[in-house]
Design a protein around this ligand. Structure first.
Ligand code: ADP
Ligand code: NA
Length: 324
């Protein structure tokens, strides 16, 4: 059976972007793959986090994975920092990577430009991500488009290590969804939607109430044309709403274009907001049940146990190859 790995950072409450670009695609994979889903808390602390908020976000993310359809009996759901092999192999892969290639990562440039205090971990985050993936002999990594460059680096590091030592690592393939791989910010539609955006109006959180969803979509930045047409280059705001609407309904983007041909932006936004609210409602309901139960801790303990067993084997192999 082939192996799948994917991680989400508990750096805030999950967004509609995380759902449409990642989470939503996971449940069907569980039937045919050995799946590892990780709450990557060590990645989250590459930028300062509030201690209590981080605790809460870790728990909340675990609940979202399950509410979105991850079955802990089929998949392994765990917290990164509870499996020390991630940091250990991460170190080895830092020794395998070059500063130059890490400095070229666009996410590093985005997160560090203009900041006067940047943690060194912000630079060495991609080798840790490579470790996350390589520890499980991962064949496929389903992620949004923003992770494509990090995945390419992971492949390079695996190949470099394999060439120099033994063929230890499986070189993983990236799997990016055809639609929804890059949901954009509602306030700056040329930027990706992200939970780490300080402007909370820029994203729909998976915990937003229906009223907030409507408010945010109604005030989403579009353009002055009042024409509903899919053209990400010249109409990024409207195109983003069309993508979101289509993924949250049974309509294709073409169908939506003709359905809202003469309505203007008001009614279009209202209908889009309703589709988003309808999509998130059942997830939110399951989430509310889970977050108050004690089930989550047991699931995460069990997941960490399983992940530790598998990860430790790979770490040992890599250490042995190096002479450690
Ligand atoms: P965030 O920027 O929200 O902190 P993460 O780094 O935690 O995102 O990413 C978790 C998963 O969600 C990854 O697979 C990532 O590719 C995907 N993802 C993040 N933002 C988006 C987006 N705006 N559109 C589509 N997928 C996204
Ligand atoms: Na991110």
């Amino acid at each position: 059976m082939k192996t799948i790995f994917s991680g989400i950072q508990p750096s805030g409450i999950g967004t509609l972007g995380n759902y449409l670009g990642a989470l939503r695609n996971f449940p069907p994979l569980q039937e045919n793959y050995d799946c590892y889903f990780c709450i990557v808390d060590q990645h989250a602390i590459t930028v300062p986090q509030d201690r209590l908020a981080l605790r809460k976000n870790i728990k909340s993310l675990a609940a979202f994975y399950i509410a979105a359809g991850i079955d802990p009996n089929k998949s392994t759901l765990f917290i990164q920092s509870e499996v020390p092999a991630h940091a250990q192999l991460g170190w080895i892969l830092q020794c395998t990577s070059y500063i130059g290639e890490l400095e070229r990562m666009t996410q590093f440039k985005d997160k560090s430009t203009g900041k006067d205090a940047v943690s060194s971990a912000l630079l060495t985050y991609p080798p840790l991500m490579a470790a996350d993936i390589l520890l499980y002999g991962t064949d496929i990594v389903p992620v949004g488009e923003d992770q494509k460059q990090h995945l390419e680096l992971t492949r390079n590091l695996a190949e470099r290590f394999n060439r120099k030592y033994n063929d230890i690592f499986t070189v993983p393939e990236v799997q990016i969804p055809k639609v929804g791989a890059r949901i954009m910010s509602l306030t700056e539609p040329t930027k990706k939607m992200s939970k780490s955006d300080p402007n909370t109006k820029s994203y729909i959180s998976l915990l937003d109430e229906e009223k907030q969803i409507i408010k945010k979509i109604k005030s989403a930045v579009t353009d002055s044309e009042n024409e509903i047409r899919f053209d990400p280059e010249t109409k990024p705001g409207v195109s983003n709403l069309l993508t979101i609407f289509s993924l949250c309904s049974s309509y294709s983007i073409d169908e939506l274009e003709s359905q809202f041909k003469n309505t203007g932006y008001g009614p279009f936004k209202e209908a889009a907001a309703e589709a988003v609210a309808d999509t998130l409602r059942p997830i939110r309901e399951k989430y509310d049940d889970l977050i108050t139960s004690s089930e989550l801790d047991d699931i995460l303990d069990h997941g960490a146990e399983k992940a530790n067993r598998k990860a430790m084997k790979m770490l040992k192999k890599a250490e042995k190859a190096l002479g450690l």
